[in-house]
Design a binder for this molecule. Sequence first.
Ligand code: CA
Length: 257
Amino acid sequence: MSGPTAISGRSPRTTANVRRRRALPSALGTRVLVVEDELPIRQLLRRGLEAHGHQVFEAADTAGGIAQCAECDPDLVILDLGLPDRDGRELIAEVRVWSRVPILVLSGRAAASEKVSALDLGGSDYVVKPFHMQELLARVRALLRDRPRPREDAAVHRVGALELDVARHRVRLAGSAVKLSRKEFELLRVLMMHAGRVVTHKQLLGEIWGRGHENDVQYLRVYVAQLRHKLGDDPDRPRFIANEQGVGYRFIEADAG
Ligand code: CA
């Protein structure tokens, strides 16, 4: 045995905290939402996905699937099209308004026109039932490999004219410093980190104010209003922070051009 190493001595509690904060990346622990009305298929998918280290969430209809997309912020969605309330394609159209999460369609509809329609709406891949679990899992891996990465570890977040330097605790707007309180800075950091995606009220409150404050939406309103004011952002025509009514907030991604 070798002697003590440089990485020893870290308390289990510290390790757990670090792990909790970096919830997202790598194959292990990725969040997969299964939207499927047939219970046996949901169960089959859950078993296969969990065996490969994925965390599985379920919904049995389109409305539930859309709600879960916002609530559990999945890394990937597996979507049936023939659902009891609304066609699964409506989930693709709706979720694509605010999220780039990979959506793998798993449907009994084998016609080329069905595939074209689902992919044109923003579906990422299409697998026809009956399916082979190994093939499905391989496609899940491929989509997770290619998905847009959360810019979690970046020391500097830049979106348009706004720059947030995590290490220096500094925010600049078009080159000029913006003075933010600690909570305002944290709020902006979390929103920018997930730019283009909706961050729910619950996630923001849990991350910034901690456990037990997940329902204090009024805190959030106050801080978002202050933050918008300091960034010169108009809530009616937002440039940075968009309100997703009843769900949360989304940092608006700058256009590529
Ligand atoms: Ca079905």
